[in-house]
Design a protein around this ligand. Structure first.
Ligand SMILES: NC(=O)C1=CN([C@@H]2O[C@H](COP(=O)(O)OP(=O)(O)OC[C@H]3O[C@@H](n4cnc5c(N)ncnc54)[C@H](OP(=O)(O)O)[C@@H]3O)[C@@H](O)[C@H]2O)C=CC1
Ligand SMILES: O=C(CO)COP(=O)(O)O
Length: 346
């Protein structure tokens, strides 16, 4: 891939797809942004702004926008999927016939598909069977779109099985304000980046209930223990959970004012019903559906995930956030590193 001329198709014109398309275009790379609605594509193209999802970025004139999926894919060396994880399959399937064309296929959607329990690269491998598996991966890490659009320093990680391709994608996305690392532990990066949304819902509930910094620090730490134990059981490398997709993304999502997952949790913790909170959201809250998938994965791999269970019970309307805090605090005593020594949470 010639980094200077490589054309990227960004599928999904929400906040993250728009921010990444903006970053690439501003760096001088050819980019086409696909929006599923024709009116949205027309408005973005005409105003050079995505008023609904990322109003602060003025999109370069070079950035093409279309609602025609095949037009967006045409001639692209990199396919970047930026639609919600539960919609990824339906979008990718439409491109199945031409999946041999791109040199890299990258998901930035963070979630675990309901039913199949697949991570997003797994969904792409199934939806695009003609694509060589070594070219399919993810770009994850602590990266709120609003800050990327402002050029605030941000570091992310690209994970694609073929390291040479990962390094090309790394070079393509690198700018002075967007630093990209590589990591070949795809399952670890995806589990870390997806399960953190469950923890961010819990962090937000704590914020809504007025819990303090001690509680948030404990949640992040024990949340990371849960994520790590699930990831290790699924074959991930331990170092990933201390990296950008692990600790990095967990911290930013649990603390940031920009996080939709944390914000949604805050409304629930503050006493809003699930319906009221959903009505107040205009953007995707991935953790809501991913929680059910993570709960099933925990059961499949025999991993105890008490925070995930607590979030799932609140989402299912089986209990209230404060009751779950009390239950978590009064569980049986444990060794802090039980999840690392193979004895699991006996
Ligand atoms: N925002 C961020 O800072 C970051 C987001 N991510 C991840 O990126 C993914 C996308 O999130 P984000 O851009 O923030 O989401 P937004 O809620 O900002 O936008 C969602 C976008 O997806 C489109 N969309 C929704 N449903 C479908 C569908 N069924 N088919 C096709 N397109 C659809 C929406 O189109 P329409 O307007 O027509 O509904 C909209 O363009 C998520 O997995 C998220 O976790 C990752 C890192 C950072
Ligand atoms: O993944 C993200 C930041 O890295 C975005 O998180 P939210 O979806 O909670 O806003």
């Amino acid at each position: 891939m010639d980094i200077e001329t490589a054309h990227t198709a960004v599928f999904g014109a929400g906040s993250w797809g728009t921010a990444l398309a903006y970053s690439l275009a501003k760096a001088g790379h050819p980019v086409t942004l696909w929006a599923r609605r024709e009116d949205a594509a027309r408005e973005i193209a005409a105003t050079r702004r995505n008023a609904a999802y990322l109003p602060n970025a003025e999109l370069p004139a070079s950035l093409r926008v279309t609602s025609d999926l095949h037009e967006a894919a045409s001639g692209a060396s990199v396919w970047l999927f930026a639609v919600p994880s539960q919609s990824l399959r339906s979008v990718a399937t439409q491109l199945a016939d031409r999946a041999t064309e791109p040199e890299a296929i990258v998901s930035v959607a963070k979630g675990i598909e309901n039913g199949t329990l697949l991570t997003t690269s797994g969904v792409l491998r199934e939806a695009l069977p003609l694509a060589p598996e070594a070219r399919v991966g993810v770009l994850y890490g602590p990266s709120h779109a609003e800050e990327v659009a402002l050029g605030q320093p941000t570091s992310v990680v690209v994970s694609i099985p073929d390291l040479a391709i990962a390094e090309q994608v790394q070079a393509l996305f690198m700018t002075p304000s967007l630093r990209v690392y590589t990591n070949t532990d795809l399952v670890g990066v995806e589990i870390a980046g997806s399960v953190k949304n469950v923890m961010a819902l819990a962090a937000g509930m704590g914020d809504g209930m007025g819990l303090g910094d001690n509680a948030k620090a404990a949640l992040v730490t024990r949340g990371l223990a849960e994520i790590t134990s699930l990831g290790l059981a699924m074959g991930a490398a331990a170092h990933t959970f201390a990296g950008l997709a692990g600790l990095g993304d967990l911290v930013v999502t649990c603390f940031s004012k920009h996080s939709r997952n944390r914000g949604f949790g805050e409304m629930i913790g503050g006493g809003k019903s699930l319906e009221e909170a959903a009505d107040a959201m205009t953007m995707v809250v991935e953790g809501m559906k991913t929680t059910a998938s993570v709960r099933e994965l925990a059961s499949r791999y025999g991993i105890e995930m008490p925070i995930t269970e607590a979030v799932a019970r609140v989402i299912d309307g089986e209990s209230a956030p404060y009751d779950e805090v009390c239950s978590l605090m009064t569980r049986d005593p444990k060794h802090e590193a039980a999840h690392l020594d193979g004895s699991a949470f006996a």
